[in-house]
Design a protein around this ligand. Structure first.
Ligand code: ATP
Ligand code: MG
Length: 393
């Protein structure tokens, strides 16, 4: 039996002349992610990539679960590859889909004939294969509107394919197709979701995490590694910079007014991340902020934070409620890690009454008590670098 995985391109089908470039990116990503499972051949035609296993014993279930996390595909399915011979299609389809059809009550056949030289037109394929399946599975009835199983027949240039109901793909754009961005990642619920959302739009991720030992522990940092492992299963490898932040926090605490502590700290985070982003060839920053969530995320505070850097800051959660963010976190597998109770540097020295309406000129005046450039340079120079690669597992 010659089984393959068919992957239907998502949004890139809307691209014009450079569609090929996007497809090449998808194939490159698939080759890398599927390589731990064995050898594969990839062919691209008519908005579909056919992934064909070359080694016996490749675990197709595992391969499908890897492919479900590759951005750029609208849907995918395991499929039987057959010669373009209708008798073969008639005799093999029921056998191939017997599990799905045995458990179903209703079905329909959907046929697509990309190769117009195939002697039967699509409606005829549907009728004749439908009749045959009704004979072989007498408990079934046809439901063209809401069937339990859709039996798909695709007649393509080099082969015919038969498959059951298609699985939803990860959607989005191929990794790297939109450039690179640096995400400020905490151990919380929000920033991992923000990272995943922007990776979905085709951005390759670099991550920056601020650690303040001894106020924050090694376990808090390991939590960030685990979160990025999860995200990298979708986004591909992520470079992580862990920035020493203790000195900066202590300097702010000792030299600035308590109510401005948080906003000044956040501006340092942005400046340091901006510098790391530039060095790493990233064109934007990503944060998990959402309007009104906490004192540092009021409109006033956000505009002070924005003013700290010149590159664009992407905040994909800006208009989302917490429960909407939590739903995504659960879906992508970061939630259970995020709720582990380890401290974040943002919870160190938090003021009792943070300013919710900070004014930039007063914030900048307060910052002039600090040797900002030196503090920033030292922090960037002291950052530890890691490569996180979930390897599509
Ligand atoms: P999260 O759940 O992502 O921690 P939050 O709602 O707790 O977000 P804040 O603690 O105010 O919000 O942080 C706002 C954003 O600042 C985070 O979403 C993240 O992008 C960034 N951030 C916070 N703490 C850190 C950190 N230790 N290292 C890097 N970035 C951080
Ligand atoms: Mg946080």
């Amino acid at each position: 039996m010659n089984e393959v995985i068919l992957l239907k391109n998502g949004e890139i089908v809307l691209k014009g002349l450079n569609r090929r470039t996007f497809e090449d990116m998808l194939v490159k990503t698939m080759r890398r992610r599927l390589s731990p499972t064995g050898g594969w051949r990839f062919t691209t035609a008519q908005s579909t990539i056919v992934a064909e296993p070359l080694d016996d014993g490749i675990d197709l279930d595992e391969a499908v679960s890897i492919c479900k996390k590759i951005f750029g595909f609208a849907g995918l399915s395991r499929a039987l590859s057959l010669p373009k011979d209708f008798d073969a299609i008639l005799s093999e389809t029921g056998r191939y889909l017997s599990d799905e059809l045995s458990y179903a009550r209703t079905f329909k056949v959907a046929a697509k004939r990309a190769d117009k030289s195939f002697p039967l037109a699509s409606p005829e394929i549907c009728t004749r294969l439908g009749e045959r399946l009704l004979c072989d599975f007498p408990h079934l009835t046809v439901d063209v509107h809401n069937p339990d199983v859709t039996v798909n027949v695709e007649i393509r240039d080099n082969s015919a394919f038969v498959h059951g109901t298609q699985i939803k793909g990860a959607g989005g754009m191929p990794t790297g197709s939109s450039g690179k961005a640096a995400v400020l990642i905490s151990g919380g619920i929000d920033s991992p979701v923000a990272a995943w959302m922007m990776a979905k739009r085709g951005l390759q991720l670099t991550a920056v995490h601020f650690a303040s030992p001894p106020y924050t522990s090694e376990r808090a940092e390991m939590k960030v590694h685990s979160l990025l492992e999860k995200i990298s299963q979708y986004s591909g490898p992520i470079r992580l910079f862990v920035v020493p932040f203790t000195e900066i926090q202590e300097q702010i605490k000792d030299n600035c007014r308590e109510e401005l502590f948080t906003i000044i700290m956040r501006r340092f985070m942005m400046k340091i991340s901006g510098s790391i982003a530039e060095k790493s060839d990233c064109g934007a920053l990503i944060t998990g902020e959402s309007v009104g969530q906490v004192a540092s995320q009021t409109l006033y505070a956000l505009s002070c934070t924005d003013a700290a850097v010149s590159m664009p800051v992407f905040r994909p959660l800006i208009g989302m409620d917490k429960d909407e963010v939590v739903a995504v976190a659960r879906r992508i597998g970061t939630f259970d890690i995020s709720v582990l109770p380890y401290e974040d540097c943002c919870t160190v020295f938090t003021p009792r009454h943070p300013r919710t309406r900070p004014k930039l000129k007063y914030v900048e005046a307060a910052e002039s008590a600090l040797q900002s450039d030196k503090l920033i340079n030292d922090a960037v120079a002291g950052a530890r670098e890691y490569l996180i690669d979930g390897k599509g597992k």
